[in-house]
Ligand binder design. Structure first.
Ligand SMILES: [Mg+2]
Length: 215
């Protein structure tokens, strides 16, 4: 790798309620008529009151039998968080890289990542057989430790010291990657993240992160 191709920084962003306004599992659950049930489990999981992997499996099980076309319908409902595109644009303009890691689903994250120009992305995979969701997720589960592993792997791939990595998230699932990162930013964060993060952003605008990382 030549000096000119060395990335200046790596910013790793959580997806649900950070990069996007919604929790994707809740959008999908609406199509199953189980929105309330799933939302209460999501809230407890993000507060760190439930084991994430177990609660993910329980929530995805409620989607069993749904047609895969609900993924496209959910994608149409997703709203990027205010300032997300500006954040990505400015990081790229300063030779930085932007990644997203999600306890949600790759079938949603991949088209989104391609559209907004993310450099890396990783999420869980909904199992689909004969056009229907089976209610299962395929291993490996992307949970709290797996998010930290993703950050480490991407930093290694870029030849970047962890000091030049920044993690942005809102939920308990983001705590491990925030601990590994050189700088951790809690974005409209839940209580446990508020205690752990280096900096909090509560404006709801991701571009407010720019000033905090010197851009
Ligand atoms: Mg989140």
């Amino acid at each position: 790798m030549t000096a000119s191709s060395q990335a200046s920084m790596l910013v790793v962003v959580d997806v649900d309620s950070t990069l996007i306004e919604q929790e994707v599992i809740e959008l999908l659950a609406e199509f199953a008529g189980k929105a309330d049930e799933v939302a209460s489990v999501t809230e407890r999981a993000m507060r760190g009151e439930l084991d994430f992997a177990g609660s993910l499996r329980a929530r995805v099980a409620s989607l069993a039998g749904l047609d895969e076309e609900i993924i496209g319908l959910a994608l149409e409902k997703i709203k990027l968080t205010k300032g997300a595109e500006l954040l990505i644009e400015k990081i790229h303009a300063s030779d930085g890289k932007v990644a997203a890691v999600s306890g949600g689903f790759i079938q949603i994250l991949e088209p989104l990542a391609k559209k907004i120009g993310l450099d890396y992305y990783r999420a869980n995979t909904l199992e689909i057989v004969n056009g229907k969701l089976t209610g299962d997720v395929l291993p490996p589960i992307i949970d709290k430790p797996a998010k930290a592993v993703a950050l480490r792997e991407w930093a290694y791939d870029l030849g970047l010291d962890h000091a030049k990595t920044i993690a942005i998230g809102d939920g308990a699932n983001d705590l491990d990657m925030m601990q590994v990162a050189g700088l951790s930013i809690g974005f409209s964060a839940k209580p446990r993240v508020r205690v752990a993060a280096d900096i909090l952003v509560d404006s709801g605008d991701l571009s407010d992160v720019l000033a905090l990382i010197g851009l």
